[in-house]
Design a protein around this ligand. Sequence first.
Ligand SMILES: [Zn+2]
Length: 105
Amino acid sequence: MPLKARALSGRQDVILKRLCQYEVPGGGQCRDASCEELHVWELEPSDQDTAQFLAGAWPFSEAEIIGALRQARKTQGNKGPSSLETRVAESYGRLIGQRQEVKSA
Ligand SMILES: [Zn+2]
C-alpha cells in the first residue's frame, strides 16, 4: 500500500471530521489555530510511518531516518508550505552527507 494511503487507514478522524473548506476545495492554507476541521497537513503520515516505509528502500536504519525527518521538520516548521516530499528529500540529503563525512574521516 502506498505510504500516504497506509497512514490514512485506521484514522477515524478522517471519516468523522470534515475537511477544512478553506483548503479543500478552497485550495488555500488555513492558519486559524482554533479551526477544528481536518487540514491537509494532518493527513500526512507520521515520521515513524515514513521512516518504516523508507527503511525498505534506503541504506539507512529506521532510527537514522526518523532522526533526519525530525531535523527536517525543525528547519522547515511543522505547519506551512513544507510538504512531506520536501522533508523526505532533505532527510535523504542529510543522511547521505553524514555518511560521506564518516567515510572521509
Ligand atoms: Zn481550517
